[in-house]
Structure formats: C-alpha cells, structure tokens
Design a protein around this ligand. Structure first.
Ligand code: NDP
Length: 405
C-alpha cells in the first residue's frame, strides 16, 4: 500500500460505561440468526475481530475495527467528544476520508462540518437512520452515505412493545415502589390498565413497524397502521389490520400509537399540538423512530394536561439531550436513553455490517444497495425508498449543552 492509499477513518462512539469496560458479560453468547425476516442476508464481512455479544458500540469497543484498519495501514481515530467547535470530532474532520457515527450518540454531520472535511467521501451509520447527516449537503458534495439496514430493526420492535406495555400497565412507578421498600398497591395500580382490546396503531409499517404489529397480534388488540404504501392484502388479513390513509385518521381511533417512520422533512414535528389534540384523551405515544418527529414542548404540554396518559421511547433531539430537556422531567413518561437499537445483540450485527461496508469500499467493490442512502449525488438504494432530500440536523449544536452527571 502507498501512503496515498491510506485512509483516515474518524469514528464517533458513545463513552465507555462509567464503571469501566466490562470484563465479562451476563450471557455467554447470543443466538445466531439465519436471515432477516424478509430474507435479506445478515452482514457478510470477510472476517471479524470480535466475539458477538461484546460491547462494541462504545469507544473502547471501537466497533471491532481497530486491528482490521491498522493491518491495512489506515488511521483510525475513535472519540466520544463530538459536540462544539473544540471537540475532537471537529478537530479530526479536516483530513478525514471516512466518518462512522451512530444514531445513539450522533456525530452530527452538518453542512458546516461537511465543508470542513474536503476529503470526506463516505459517511457510515453504525445502525439505522442517517438523519444526523445533512443529506442535502452529502448529495451536493457527492458523499456516499450508508447504514446497516435491518441490523437492529427487531431490537427496536422489541423495545417498542416493551414500552407500550410499560406505559399501559404503568410498570415503572410500580417497580419504584418495590425499590423504595413499599407495598403500595393502590398507588401502584391507579394508572394501570390491560392492553387487551385496545386500538393499537403504528405510523409506518416498514421493517420495524410491521415487526411491532406482528408482535402485538397475540395481545388480542385491534391493530391499525398508516404508511405511504399499503401492505399486501395477505398481510393485512393475517394480522387483522385496519389501514388509514392519513395519520390524522389513525390517531383519532387509537389508544396507543407507536411511531416508526424515518425522520425527514415530511415527518419532522408530525406530532405537534394539533395532531396530539386529535388523539383520544388518555392515549399513549411510543416513539422509537426519531425525537424530532414529535414536537418536544407539545408532548410535555399534553402529558401535563392529561391529553396524553403516557409517552415513551428512546429517541431525543438533540442527543444527548441537555440536562434541562423537558422530557427528562415531564410526568408519566417511560423514556430510556437511545438504547433500543444498541443491544449487545444488535451491536454484533451493525459492527459486522460496517466491516462489510469498509471491506467493499476499500477494495473498490460496490456496497449492497440495501445499505445505500446517498450515492453519486442522489438518494440511492434504501435511501431512495425511505428518505426525502433535505436536512434534519438543524439545532443539533444544542447537544453541546449536555454535561454528564
Ligand atoms: P423502513 O424504511 O423499513 O420503514 C419506514 C417506513 O416509513 C416505510 O414504509 C416508509 O414508506 C414509511 N414512511 C416514510 N415516510 C412516511 C410518512 N411521511 N408517513 C408514513 N409513513 C412513512 O425503516 P425501518 O422500519 O427500518 O426504520 C424506521 C426508522 O426507525 C428509521 O428511519 C430510524 O429513524 C428509526 N430507527 C430507530 C432505531 C433506534 O435505535 N431507536 C434503530 C433503527 C431505526 P415507503 O415505503 O413509502 O418509503
């Protein structure tokens, strides 16, 4: 390899656990999956340098890429310091060829940052959802953007189902009574219901939304969905789905709404005061798609007034959210940090997918269509199906206000 073949790869990952990198794990292994639900194959890297089930998504895990990149003579910079002009990320950008970041702890690639990185040719998302990249600017600069389609879709579907049940049954306060040493059943059940018989709907029935519908079917609920494209009559019949042409129609009848569309200009702030106002009083929202799909203050207001009985999810804007972000303290929420798509099981899949993408890119082979979001100055592959052109990174500089406690 000549020095001109050497690439600089800048990778933004979340910080290691406060208690240190885990010396061992709760389980010995994770199940090996045969394929994804639609038959797409799991990632096919030439090899991997990690054991599936290890923590790979934090700085010391480095997505298992360090040895591979070093052996090929590439420079690999991994940091969690990503926000503000003095961040390591901004300092390392000017000569970066490839940026890897993840939705959980996004290294926002705004137009300004893209301008600072004249060599940047490839932006890889370690996960799914590339809205932390200004796609319009990536299109204009002919930067390839890709993500690891399917890698954590089922992980997110499981989290969404868990949070629907947590909200409706009011699990989190009940757990709190146990931890505090109480046995206050009346307090613990005063907001607790069965989900059986409720109307449960998803906004978008793509990979994740459909997986949520399938998982909710055995709960004997009435299932609803809206999407830009209708599912086949076979799927609708099998799951007993009611299709709604508009999100307004869906929210008008549902007790629980779970959001699974991508964030793009069409979906930004979709759940504002007006749409939440059309929901049944006491409805629940679970949002594991993207924080910006819901108007931050409208959600907090609706929980305060009782229009919403609960709100859960794992996606915020920006990430990490400042300590005074109202979703941290609003009533009746069951939020997690952005964890649903970063289980140890999911990490093994997205780390393998990134390795596959890098092997293709560095060897001059095409990246699978299903991983492509932007290529050749236009939306491509999965991006052409699910995204619209534009920029959803506005306001991301607010992430610099976060301070870890
Ligand atoms: P898919 O592309 O499989 O599905 C998205 C669906 O949304 C498509 O059916 C698409 O329709 C539909 N859609 C797009 N715009 C609209 C709209 N305006 N109204 C209604 N439906 C719309 O994506 P996934 O299911 O894999 O993922 C969905 C999103 O979940 C990701 O974009 C990401 O933001 C989020 N996610 C979150 C994770 C987490 O850790 N919390 C991890 C992974 C993903 P069409 O077919 O016409 O394009």
């Amino acid at each position: 390899m000549t020095s001109s073949d050497s690439r600089k790869v800048v990778c933004v990952l979340y910080p290691d656990p406060v208690a240190g990198f885990p010396p061992n794990y709760a389980r010995e292994s994770i199940p090996a999956l045969a394929s994804y639900p639609d038959g797409q194959t799991l990632p096919t890297p030439g090899s991997i340098d990690f054991s599936p089930g290890q923590l790979l998504g934090s700085v010391s895990g480095g997505l298992g890429l360090e040895k591979f990149l070093a052996e090929r003579g590439h420079r690999f910079v991994v940091t969690s310091d990503k926000d503000g002009p003095d961040s390591v990320f901004e300092r390392e950008l000017p000569d970066a060829d490839i940026v890897i970041s993840q939705p959980f702890w996004p290294g926002y690639l705004t137009a300004e940052r893209i301008d600072q990185a004249p060599n940047l040719k490839l932006a890889i998302t370690a996960g799914i959802g590339s809205d932390h990249v200004d796609l319009q600017a990536a299109i204009a600069r002919n930067i390839t953007v890709c993500e690891v389609t399917w890698c954590n879709s089922i992980s997110v579907a499981e989290h969404a189902v868990m949070q629907m049940l947590a909200l409706v049954r009011d699990y989190i306060p009940q757990y709190g009574w146990v931890v505090r040493g109480g046995w206050n059943i009346a307090d613990a059940v005063s907001r607790s219901y069965d989900i059986e018989g409720m109307n449960v709907g998803v906004v978008a029935a793509g990979r994740i939304g459909l997986a949520v519908l399938k998982r909710m079917k055995p709960f004997d609920v009435n299932l609803h969905y809206t999407d830009r494209r209708r599912l086949s009559p076979g799927v609708e019949g099998e799951l007993g789905l009611t299709f709604h042409e508009t999100v307004e129609s869906l929210v008008g009848v549902c007790d629980v709404v779970s959001i699974h569309c991508p964030l793009h200009p069409e979906t930004e702030n979709m759940f504002d005061d007006a749409l939440i106002g059309r929901m049944k009083r006491g409805a629940y929202i679970v949002n594991t798609a993207r924080g910006k799909i819901c108007d931050r203050d409208a959600v907090a207001r609706a929980l305060d007034s009782g229009q919403l009985a609960g709100y859960a999810g794992d996606v915020w804007f920006p990430q990490p959210p400042p300590n005074d972000h109202p979703w941290r303290t609003m009533p009746n929420h069951a939020m997690t940090p952005h964890t649903s798509g970063s289980s140890l099981s999911a990490q093994a899949r997205y780390a393998s997918g990134i390795r596959e993408i890098l092997e293709c890119w560095l060897d001059g082979r095409p990246i699978r269509d299903e991983y492509l979001i932007v290529q050749g100055g236009a939306l491509a592959g999965t991006g052409a199906q699910s995204y619209t052109e534009g920029d959803a990174t506005g306001g991301s500089e607010e992430a610099a206000r976060f301070t870890a406690s």
